[in-house]
Design a protein around this ligand. Structure first.
Ligand code: PHE
Length: 373
């Protein structure tokens, strides 16, 4: 009896370990599912799940189903790091999809790198993210390009010369993008008439906006996340500032329209794709996404889908589904036809892609132009 028990104790964990290993491929995902930029994580997750469901419905990869474990980082750097540690050491995932916010990727990706687990960010645009190491990839463009895009749009399309900057100083993405814009706008002959700061979580921006008003800029560049941007738009209009705001991808959320209301109407931001595109990859994706979730996919849904698809392609090419071979296959990603454009991962594990400029038009995103690198 005792012997039987002992052998059962030995065999059972092995068996359960086996079933998992043979029938499933465990992939981790973490993102903000709650907090002031919750739509980032919620949208990304929808895109990732859609891609995974498609593969699983078609029989999986090498006879195995993809199993996605998603954790919430609540929009906090330390929670992002904790989530990645847990995904790797407790859930034993072979690869990770995550993080939108660059600051959170910078906190979490080093953990994946040190465990040699491939990490694919759908949307972190700060240049430092992939410099963390050879296991860190992204499928989006980077901020040196994104900042250039809005400087070019301001100069050539809006034909303006005087811009004020209002940046979130505690946000790596915001600071990086503000710096690039500052340099690029001056390079093209423009003047930065003020460069002021706030911090995510702030609700009163009147002091900074009053200072900005006194400089009479033709636009205000606010490369932050949607919650604060919506409030800043409201308060700018209350102070009588009529100049449009300009921003980056961190604006892209339905919540921007809800919070900013008519105050954000007419403002511009750079983004990863437009649902107005007639490219079949986009129209097909938008159609399937609407059918599944009954909502229009934002840029994060599209980037989440593309990140998942690129990982899936690497899993399909991988001989043994080990993290090492998945990493090596990810690095070979070339000319992948994504929803957000053609994706080739270069030697820095970054993608070079075009950006679009969007104008807020009520509750809709009006496509203005495409700018190529
Ligand atoms: N690029 C932002 C960052 O790095 C995240 C983001 C991407 C937000 C796309 C919205 C849309 O922090």
């Amino acid at each position: 009896m005792k012997r039987l028990l002992v052998s059962l104790l030995v065999v059972l964990p092995l068996l359960s370990g086996c079933t998992k290993k043979t029938n499933e491929i465990l992939i981790g995902e973490y993102d903000s599912l709650t907090g002031s930029d919750a739509t980032f994580g919620l949208s990304t997750n929808k895109g990732v799940r859609m891609a995974f469901d498609e593969v699983n419905d078609a029989g999986g990869i090498k006879g195995k189903k993809l199993s996605l474990i998603t954790l919430d980082d609540q929009g906090k750097n330390e929670e992002a790091a904790a989530a990645v540690t847990r995904l790797i050491t407790q859930n034993n995932v072979v690869a990770i999809i995550g993080g939108v916010a660059s600051g959170r990727s910078k906190a979490a990706a080093p953990i994946a790198q040190s465990h040699k687990i491939p990490f694919v960010s759908p949307a972190s645009t700060n240049p430092d993210v992939t410099k963390i190491g050879d296991h860190v990839f992204r499928v989006c463009f980077i901020d040196p390009f994104q900042g250039f895009v809005m400087a070019k749009f301001a100069t050539e399309n809006l034909k303006i010369k005087k811009v004020a900057i209002l940046r979130d100083v505690k946000n790596d993405y915001s600071v990086g993008l503000a710096d690039v814009f500052n340099t690029e706008f001056k390079k093209s002959g423009g003047e930065i008439v003020a460069d002021l700061s706030y911090q995510a979580g702030d609700i009163d921006f009147k002091a900074q906006l009053t200072q900005i008003r006194s400089k009479n800029p033709e636009a205000i560049y606010v490369p932050g996340y949607y919650t604060e941007v919506g409030l800043i738009a409201q308060q700018a209009r209350q102070l009588g500032i009529k100049a449009p705001l300009m921003g980056g991808d961190g604006w892209d959320s339905e919540k921007l329209f809800e919070i900013g209301k008519q105050a954000i109407n007419g403002s511009y931001y750079s983004n990863h794709y437009t649902t107005e595109s007639t490219d079949p990859a986009v129209t097909e994706f938008v159609k399937k996404f609407k059918a599944k979730y009954n909502e229009t996919p934002d840029a994060l849904a599209a980037l989440g889908y593309d990140a998942a698809k690129i990982l899936i392609a690497a899993l399909e090419r991988s001989a043994d589904l080990s993290s090492k071979s998945i990493r090596d296959e990810l690095a070979k990603t070339k000319d992948f036809g994504g929803v957000t454009g053609k994706i080739t991962l270069n030697e820095n594990r970054d993608a070079t892609k075009s950006a679009v400029v969007i104008q807020v038009d009520g509750n809709a995103r009006k496509y203005m132009t495409t700018i190529t690198p």
